[in-house]
Design a protein around this ligand. Sequence first.
Ligand SMILES: Nc1ncnc2c1ncn2[C@@H]1O[C@H](COP(=O)(O)OP(=O)(O)OP(=O)(O)O)[C@@H](O)[C@H]1O
Length: 285
Amino acid sequence: MTPLIKCEHVDFGYDNQDAVVDVNMEVDAGDYLCIVGENGSGKSTLMKGLLGLLKPTAGRLTVAEELRRTGIGYLPQQTAAQKDFPATVREVVLSGALSRTGRLPFYSRAEKELAEKNMEKLGITPLKKHCYRELSGGQQQRVLIARALCATSRLLILDEPITGLDPAAIQDFYQMIRRLNREDGVAILMVSHDLRNAVEEANKILHLQKQVLFYGPAHDYMNSQAAGHFFHEKEQGKCKPTAGCHAVHLQTGPEGLPAPVLGASGGRHTGRQEEKGGCCHGNDQ
Ligand SMILES: Nc1ncnc2c1ncn2[C@@H]1O[C@H](COP(=O)(O)OP(=O)(O)OP(=O)(O)O)[C@@H](O)[C@H]1O
């Protein structure tokens, strides 16, 4: 099976400064791959590279012909200006088909039908005449996913998609992504600070810290040197798996790997309860 995306010893960077080095990974049809790592570890840079917005400075990046033709469905981190976009839901969704229109200045019937189908799939048909900027964060995410699926239903790339969503919207969002992946076969590539969800939902994890600290099956990540142990007992200053803590506590490995703790905020903390009043605080989604 030809991978949708394959990186072989790939570097990406800015102004002769490498931000990501020696990445080896591939996204296959139907994969659910989560990219995790601290702030500044190169996750967004890798995304930009995979989307073709940055050229590899070394190595080989291969993107399946189909994706090169249609473009990759992409859900960026939303800026305030984007949240305030003055267009109807239907217009935003339909704009995802722009890469299919070629030079024609209008949408074909097939593209309009595709937009309708994706709005139906994402449960936003009743909102189609609503103004995008008047929707809730969760509804906006659905619109953007429907839009991304108008480019291609093979692969969806999401960059920290739950930022700013309330807990109910987050659960709703994850359910929707799971359904797209498991039922519709859409491959998912997600940058996430929500490590608990990443380990539960993804089939592959890539842990980045400029270089790849771990790449492999999600169930192996739990036992990896990079991941250390997952979830603490909350009562003892540690968190229960059910307590909504998304922290992964990294251990210092024999090679002297860094020993930060990754939380949903992506910030460093030591996991000691006295800091920020407990290790779960600020991490619950
Ligand atoms: N446009 C840019 N020009 C120069 N350097 C950049 C640029 N964007 C990012 N960098 C640098 O590249 C490195 C990786 O940044 P990147 O944004 O990819 O990390 P990240 O893991 O996505 O971080 P975060 O979790 O905070 O979003 C950082 O050192 C950052 O300062």
